[in-house]
Design a protein around this ligand. Structure first.
Ligand SMILES: [Cu+2]
Length: 151
């Protein structure tokens, strides 16, 4: 490596170090509600757009044995399953679309979608959502509404 290249590499390292605080992971809060803007038994917001490395916190804002459990994940992401009426923190360590449900109320359409980075598995997510929501008694369009916000 030439002297000039050494200097450039050192500058690049400095620039990366300076940029690090701005790249710190964000925390997104999703409330578990008995009644929200979109009706009864909802995650609010039902769609979260995040960056890889961000955290989503599911809060038992209203209690009714709500939980958050992953349904479909990007390849290699870790599944989660929260206890009833208990906060769950999920770190989005893989890029893609995450589908999750409230197990007791998924038949009422209590479901949600998270996008971390690029939606690399969107086709898989849409197929899994369509299959799952076919058995819902109500809120059959909630996965579709949330997935429509993926960009
Ligand atoms: Cu619930």
């Amino acid at each position: 490596m030439s002297k000039k290249n050494h200097a450039l590499a050192a500058l690049a390292a400095l620039a990366l170090a300076a940029a690090a605080p701005a790249a710190r992971a964000a925390e997104h809060v999703v409330k578990m509600l008995n009644a929200g803007k979109d009706g009864s038994m909802v995650f609010e917001p039902a769609f979260v757009k995040a960056a890889v490395g961000d955290t989503v916190v599911f809060q038992p804002t209203e209690k009714a044995a709500h939980n958050s459990a992953s349904l479909l994940l990007p390849a290699g992401a870790k599944p989660w399953k929260g206890a009833p009426d208990t906060e769950v923190k999920v770190t989005l360590d893989k890029e893609g679309v995450y589908l999750y449900v409230c197990e007791p109320h998924k038949v009422m359409g209590m479901v949600g979608v998270i996008q971390a980075g690029k939606p690399v598995n969107l086709a898989d997510a849409k197929a899994a959502a369509a299959k799952e929501q076919a058995s819902f008694a109500m809120g059959k369009d909630r996965f579709d509404k949330a997935l429509a916000q993926v960009k």
